[in-house]
Design a protein around this ligand. Structure first.
Ligand code: 3EB
Length: 348
C-alpha cells in the first residue's frame, strides 16, 4: 500500500469575513480550524477573540486549511483539532467558575497546553494568542498581567520548555470580560525565534515589570510545508529598549510600533530566504480607546499606504494593552515561499 506521507503536511491560512468563512464550512468540509475576531462564541471550529471589532468590515477570521482527516478532542481544559501534522488548540477558563486566581489558572492552562502537545506528539508551538479579562486591574497587590506572567513562566519551566531564548511568538491582550482565553498553533518542527535589535528581549525585561518576565519571542519563522515559510510577529508596541516611549501620544506610538515591526521584519528576513515586507502583512491592530482608531489608521495609511494589503486587510479590535501606558499594539503574520536558514546561520 502506498501512503502519501505528505498528506496534510501543508498548512495554509486565509483571512476572510465571517460570511466567507461560514460559506467554506457549509459548502464543503469544515476547515481545519480558525481564529475568529468578534465572531459568535459557539462555533466549535472557530474559537473567538472576545473583543469589539472596530474596523468597518466587521467580524473576520483567519481560517487555517490542511488536508487529511482532522480529529477533535479535549485534553484537560484544552479543546483541540489536529490532522497529525498540525494542531490548533483553544482554552477558555472562567476565573469565577473555576475558583482559582489568575496566576494559578494561567499555570493550569499552560500545563494542559503542554500535555496536549505531548499527547499529540506535536511538540513545537508556532504561535500563542492570550486574552485576559481586565489585564491592567490589580489582583491582590499584583497587576493581573503580572500574575499571568507568573503562572505562564512557571508552567514553561515545569514542562521543561524554553522560557527564555526560544520561547514561542505570542501576544497578550486585555478583554473587558469573559474567560481567560488562549489559542495556539503547534506542529512537528521547531520554529526559528527572531528578536528585535531595538528592544530588550521580553524574557529579559527587568524586574520592575513584574517578578517573572513575559514568556515570548518577538517573532518566529516556521516552515508550513509545500515550500512555504510563515512569519509570526508577536504583539508589537511602542517600546524601545524595555521602556514605553511616547506615553499619551497614540500617533507617535503608532509610528514607533511600525518602526519596531520593520526592525523585526529585517531580522526575520536575514534568517530565511522568503521575501516578507511591511505592506503585505496580515495584521491585527489592538486599540485601547476606540476613539483613537481614526488617528491610528491615518498613521498606518501615511506610513504603509492606504491601499496596501496591510491597511486594507487590517482587523482593528478594542483591547487593553499589557502596560497601562500603551495605547496601541500590532501583531501580524505572513506566508511566503522559501526556506529557513540554519539556526547557527540565523544567529551569526
Ligand atoms: C511588549 O512588547 C508588549 O506577554 O505574551 C507583546 C507580545 C506583549 C506578547 C505576552 C506581551 C506579550 O512587552 C506586550
Amino acid at each position: 500500500m502506498i501512503v502519501d506521507a505528505h498528506a496534510g503536511a501543508h498548512l495554509r491560512v486565509e483571512r476572510l469575513s465571517l460570511d466567507q468563512s461560514m460559506a467554506k464550512h457549509v459548502g464543503g468540509d469544515t476547515p481545519f480550524g480558525a481564529i475568529g475576531y468578534g465572531t459568535p462564541a459557539q462555533l466549535a471550529w472557530m474559537p473567538t477573540v472576545n473583543a469589539r471589532v472596530l474596523s468597518p468590515a466587521g467580524s473576520m477570521a483567519d481560517v487555517w486549511h490542511a488536508d487529511g482527516a482532522a480529529t477533535s478532542g479535549t485534553t484537560g481544559c484544552v479543546r483541540w483539532r489536529s490532522n497529525g501534522h498540525w494542531l490548533l488548540g483553544a482554552i477558555d477558563l472562567d476565573e469565577a467558575a473555576e475558583r482559582q486566581g489568575l496566576a494559578e489558572l494561567s499555570q493550569r492552562a499552560y500545563r494542559d497546553l503542554f500535555a496536549t502537545l505531548d499527547q499529540a506528539a506535536l511538540p513545537h508551538l508556532l504561535r500563542i494568542w492570550n486574552y485576559l479579562p481586565q489585564i491592567n486591574a490589580d489582583g491582590g497587590g499584583l497587576e493581573r498581567y503580572r500574575q499571568f506572567n507568573l503562572g505562564r513562566q512557571q508552567a514553561f519551566m515545569d514542562a521543561q520548555r524554553a522560557a527564555f531564548e526560544g520561547a514561542p511568538a505570542a501576544c497578550a491582550l486585555g478583554i473587558r470580560q469573559g474567560a481567560l482565553s488562549i489559542r495556539f498553533l503547534a506542529g512537528r518542527t521547531a520554529p526559528l525565534p527572531v528578536e528585535n535589535p531595538r528592544q530588550v528581549s521580553a524574557y529579559r525585561y527587568p524586574e520592575t515589570y513584574g517578578p517573572r518576565s513575559p514568556t515570548f519571542s518577538r517573532a518566529a519563522l516556521a516552515e508550513l510545508g509545500g515550500g512555504d515559510v510563515a512569519l509570526f510577529i508577536s504583539g508589537t508596541a511602542s517600546i524601545v529598549g524595555h521602556e514605553t516611549v511616547h506615553a499619551g501620544d497614540v500617533r507617535a506610538q503608532t509610528h514607533e510600533t511600525l518602526r519596531n515591526l520593520s526592525a523585526v521584519l529585517t531580522a526575520a528576513s536575514a534568517a530565511c530566504s522568503a521575501a516578507f515586507n511591511l505592506s503585505s502583512l496580515d495584521v491585527v491592530v489592538y486599540v485601547r480607546h476606540a476613539s483613537d482608531v481614526a488617528a491610528v489608521r491615518e498613521v498606518i495609511d501615511a506610513v504603509v499606504g492606504a491601499h496596501s494589503h496591510f491597511a486594507l486587510r487590517a482587523v482593528y479590535l478594542e483591547a487593553d494593552v499589557c502596560r497601562s501606558d500603551l495605547l496601541v499594539e500590532i501583531e501580524a503574520h505572513a506566508v511566503a515561499p522559501g526556506t529557513l536558514h540554519s539556526r547557527s546561520h540565523a544567529q551569526a
